[in-house]
Design a protein around this ligand. Structure first.
Ligand SMILES: Nc1nc2c(ncn2[C@@H]2O[C@H](COP(=O)(O)OP(=O)(O)OP(=O)(O)O)[C@@H](O)[C@H]2O)c(=O)[nH]1
Ligand SMILES: [Mg+2]
Length: 324
C-alpha cells in the first residue's frame, strides 16, 4: 500500500489556510438612499451593484465578496434593499428581500446618514425608516457595527458627536465608524473593525466575487440608466427583462425590455422622437461594456404590463429575478 502523503515533501504541501485568515458574511442594512450600495462598491474597489440618487434603487439582495491578502480576509457583503414603510406589493417584497439577506450573519452593518450640516434640530433624532430598521435588527443575533455615512457633507464635524454618543448608548454596537463611501473616508478602519468580528477560516475561491450571474448585472445597469434619467413614478414602476444575451464573434448582443406600468410611462421612457430611449441605451451600453469587458450591441424595447407593481406574482418575476 502506498501513502501519497509520504511521497510528498511536507514543505510543498500547501497549508489548509493561513493561520490568521478570517472570513464571514456581513449584511449592510439601512433606510433607502443612505449609501449602502455605494459603500459596497467603494469597499470592493469596483462598480458592481447599482447606486443612484433615487431611494429604492436596490431591489435584490446581492452578495459581493471583498478580499484582501494582508492580513488574509474575505468578507461577503450582502447589499440589501433600503427599508421603508411598504406602499405596494413591490415595497412588501423589497422588505422580505432585505429580511432574507439577514440570515447566517457574522456581523451586521447598520448604516445611518450623518446629520445634515444645516438646521439646529436634534441631530440625534432618527427618521421613522431608520427606526424600522433598528426594530428589525432586534431579531438579528449578530454583532452590529453602526456606520454613519456621508460625513463629507458635514461642514461642522462636531455635529457628529451627539449622534455617536446617542447610538453608542442605545445600541451598544461593537463599533461606530463614521465614513464617506464616495470620498473613501475610513473604509480601512471599517474593514479592520469588521475583521475582528469574523471567524477564522477561508470561505471562497480567490476569484469568487458574487452570487449573481452576468445577466443580472446587465439588467441592473439598464435599470440604473433609467433611474438616472426619469422621475417620480417611472423609476419605481420600471423593470428590466433580458430577452436575448448572445455571444457573437466581435461583441455580445443583448436585447432587453423595459417594462412599465402605464401607456403614459411608455411615452415618457421613449421620449420625443425616441431620444430618451436612445440616451438610456447609450449610457447603459457603455457601462455594460465596462462591466463585461467586451463590445456590446444593446437593443431596448418598451413594454406595458398594466399595474405590475401591485401584482405579487409579477413583482416576484420582474423585480426580484431580473436577468433570469
Ligand atoms: N455626499 C455623499 N453622497 C453619498 C455617499 N454615499 C452615497 N452617496 C449618495 O447617496 C445616494 C444613494 O446611494 P445608494 O448607494 O444608491 O444608496 P442605498 O442605501 O443603496 O439606497 P437603496 O438601494 O435605495 O436602499 C447616491 O446619490 C450616492 O451617490 C457619501 O459618502 N457622500
Ligand atoms: Mg442600494
Amino acid at each position: 500500500m502506498t501513502d501519497d502523503n509520504e511521497s510528498e515533501s511536507p514543505e510543498l504541501a500547501p497549508p489548509a489556510h493561513h493561520p490568521d485568515a478570517r472570513a464571514g458574511r456581513v449584511a449592510i442594512v439601512g433606510r433607502p438612499n443612505v449609501g449602502k450600495s455605494t459603500l459596497v462598491n467603494a469597499l470592493l474597489g469596483q462598480k458592481l451593484v447599482i447606486a443612484t440618487s433615487r431611494p429604492g434603487t436596490t431591489r435584490s439582495s446581492v452578495l459581493a465578496v471583498y478580499a484582501q491578502d494582508d492580513p488574509p480576509t474575505q468578507i461577503a457583503f450582502v447589499d440589501t434593499p433600503g427599508l421603508h414603510r411598504p406602499k405596494s406589493e413591490l415595497g412588501k417584497l423589497l422588505r422580505e428581500e432585505a429580511e432574507r439577506g439577514l440570515s447566517d450573519l457574522d456581523a451586521v452593518v447598520l448604516m445611518l446618514e450623518a446629520p445634515s450640516g444645516k438646521g439646529r434640530g436634534d441631530v440625534t433624532q432618527l427618521q421613522d425608516d431608520d427606526e424600522r430598521v433598528i426594530e428589525m435588527l432586534a431579531q438579528v443575533h449578530a454583532p452590529m457595527i453602526v456606520v454613519i455615512n456621508k460625513v463629507d457633507l458635514l461642514t461642522d464635524k462636531t455635529k457628529l458627536l451627539p449622534l455617536l454618543i446617542r447610538m453608542n448608548e442605545r445600541l451598544s454596537p461593537a463599533a461606530l465608524v463614521p465614513v464617506s463611501a464616495t470620498k473613501g473616508v475610513n473604509l480601512k478602519e471599517l474593514i479592520a473593525e469588521l475583521r475582528k468580528l469574523l471567524p477564522e477560516g477561508v470561505l471562497y475561491d480567490p476569484d469568487f466575487l458574487t452570487d449573481r450571474p452576468e445577466r443580472f448585472f446587465v439588467s441592473e445597469l439598464v435599470r440604473e440608466a433609467v433611474f438616472e434619467r426619469t422621475r417620480a413614478e417611472i423609476p419605481h414602476g420600471i423593470a428590466i427583462v433580458i430577452d436575448r444575451f448572445v455571444e457573437e464573434r466581435n461583441h455580445t448582443l443583448i436585447e432587453a425590455s423595459l417594462v412599465v406600468e402605464k401607456n403614459s410611462h411608455k411615452a415618457i421612457v421613449i421620449g420625443a422622437g425616441g431620444k430618451m430611449l436612445v440616451d438610456i441605451g447609450t449610457a447603459a451600453r457603455l457601462r455594460i461594456e465596462d462591466f463585461l469587458g467586451r463590445k456590446v450591441m444593446l437593443k431596448l424595447w418598451v413594454k406595458v404590463i398594466a399595474g405590475w407593481t401591485g401584482d405579487p406574482r409579477r413583482v416576484r418575476e420582474l423585480a426580484l429575478e431580473p436577468g433570469k
